[in-house]
Write a protein that binds this ligand. Structure first.
Ligand code: DX5
Ligand code: ZN
Length: 213
């Protein structure tokens, strides 16, 4: 059963409680995009917003760190209530150590890669990952166009996970909507992150329902 993770980057920050309640009622995971303006050319939001969402969230919070030195903030996200945490492979000097740190704090650990990084770069770390995050746009902004090579990238990493008998889930993030969800699920995606397609929809709950179908 696929899990739907609305990206709160596209939520209405003036009426955040309404969007948090929508996720509680219709989706599975809160996807929280954390950008530092250094690893990616954009700044999103930080702990005050994460902690506000945590007060009302009835579904797990998934922190997607697009920051340099992710190790420095893993503990803070655990304290803020994140249940899942991913960082980018090329943001860390010691990805295996950082994944271990995430797990030791009771969170599910994920490793993320942008579309220009070979998926095979993830293979040495799959034993330490509870999930991998395959970006289907370049990290940094919501509302970008889905990159079509993502399907084969998901197939490649999924085949390796199956071959090794691992439990690691595959999360896909960027330009995801009900128009490509079926193909992504067929390719092996377990978690679909979607921001603009859900929050800009006239009926977000219906868009989520269509993504599952
Ligand atoms: C991009 C973020 C995504 C983004 C997805 O850097 O990681 O989570 O918010 O937004 P959409 O679904 O609009 O591409
Ligand atoms: Zn994200």
């Amino acid at each position: 059963m696929v899990r739907i993770a609305p990206s709160m980057l596209s939520a209405d920050f003036l009426h955040l409680e309404k969007d948090v309640e929508m996720v509680n009622s219709h989706a599975d995971i809160f996807h929280l995009d954390i950008m530092d303006g250094v690893f990616v050319p954009n700044i999103s939001y930080g702990f005050p917003v994460v902690e506000a969402i945590a007060r009302k969230a009835e579904k797990p919070m998934d922190a997607h760190l697009m920051i340099v030195n992710p190790e420095k903030y893993i503990g803070r996200f655990a304290e803020a209530g994140a249940g899942m945490l991913s960082f980018h492979l090329n943001a860390s000097d010691n990805p295996a150590g950082a994944l271990e740190m995430v797990r030791s704090l009771g969170m599910q650990a994920g490793l993320a890669i942008n579309p220009d990084i070979p998926v095979e770069s993830l293979f040495p770390y799959l034993d330490e990952c509870d999930f991998v995050l395959i970006m289907s746009v370049f990290a940094g902004f919501g509302g970008q166009k889905f990159i079509e090579t993502t399907y084969s990238r998901i197939e490649t990493v999924k085949a390796e996970i199956v071959r090794r008998g691992l439990q690691c889930l595959v999360e896909v993030d960027g330009g995801v909507s009900s128009s490509n969800s079926a193909g992504l699920i067929a390719s092996g995606a377990d978690i679909l992150v979607a921001g603009s397609s859900i929050f800009k929809a006239a009926d977000p709950a219906e868009e989520i329902r269509l993504m599952r179908a």
